[in-house]
Design a protein around this ligand. Structure first.
Ligand SMILES: [Zn+2]
Length: 283
């Protein structure tokens, strides 16, 4: 947060400020998903698995490449923190920062979830978002952000001096450890910044601080993805509930979330190639 300036502006300060911005990563050369093909594929698909995520806990799920998965609100407004890994190589995982740089602060239909270096390829493509009507509200808030990392016990301890074990970071750590058979200490570094599913967030207009507000999600709403590669996912039902007041405690009302996995009919799918950069870092 910028505080009261200690230096006088130069004579040409206004001129410098008037320089128009340019988009860091113009997306007109970004490989775009075939949304028409995906729309046809999702017309005929069969539910093959369902995972229920209890409140203040996380669960893992696997999605074969060429399948769809939906994160569904059930019972009441609830935010979910999503991690994704390549099911065969956990070092390739969701890269929220680069996804943000490519698509913006909040994701919706047509946006993709990109993986970490050196793979940097689409892991999943969003194919339906029942909250896409929300847009950006008067506060600058929107849903499904890639700006908020995940709630974690370290920041909570920094701010409150309390130990709390059901932040999304800890929930995801326990779920990944249970799936992989690793000790918690080995599993923890595999947890990464998330897609904040259904969370309504933004930056305040005056200080540009990260804010949250009660999620507009209601039971029946869902966010749907197409798996570009074989995926291991983990979803935490955030202890913040709808994230309208507080998180990192047992105070907020929390609800379960559901993950449905669908197999489309007659889908022949080839996963995207790994990134084409030589990886040499010099000539
Ligand atoms: Zn959380």
């Amino acid at each position: 947060m910028k505080r009261t300036p200690q230096f006088q502006p130069p004579k040409d300060a206004d001129e410098r400020r008037r320089v128009p911005p340019v988009i860091c990563y113009p997306d007109d050369t970004l490989p775009s998903p075939d949304m028409a093909m995906l729309a046809r594929a999702r017309e005929n698909m069969t539910l093959v698995d369902t995972v229920i995520v209890p409140p203040r806990e996380a669960e893992t799920f696997t999605v074969p490449a060429g399948h769809f998965f939906r994160i569904v609100s059930i019972a009441g407004p609830q935010v979910g923190d999503l991690n994704l890994w390549n099911a065969h190589d956990f070092s390739e995982r969701f890269y929220s920062g680069k996804t943000r740089a490519l698509h913006g602060t909040h994701l919706s239909t047509g946006d993709r979830l990109w993986s970490s270096f050196p793979a940097l390829r689409p892991m999943a493509t969003i194919t339906a978002d029942t909250l896409d009507w929300y847009g950006f509200d008067e506060f600058g808030g929107s849903v499904h952000d890639v700006i908020g990392t995940r709630c974690d016990p370290y920041t909570h301890h920094l701010l409150s001096h309390e130990n709390y074990h059901h932040c999304c970071h800890s929930n995801l750590t326990r779920a990944f450890a249970a799936h992989s058979g690793q000790a918690l200490a080995d599993a923890e570094p595999m947890v990464h910044d998330v897609l904040n599913v259904f969370m309504c967030t933004g930056f305040t207009k005056d200080t540009h601080q990260y804010f949250m507000k009660a999620s507009p999600v209601r039971p029946g709403d869902y966010l749907e993805f197409f798996a570009e590669i074989d995926l291991l996912g983990a979803l935490s039902a955030c202890p913040g509930g709808d994230c309208g007041t507080i998180h990192s405690s047992d105070s907020a009302v929390c609800f379960p979330l559901k993950v449905d996995i669908f197999k489309p009919e007659n889908m022949a799918w080839t996963s995207p190639n790994l990134n084409g950069y030589s990886g040499r870092h010099k000539d």
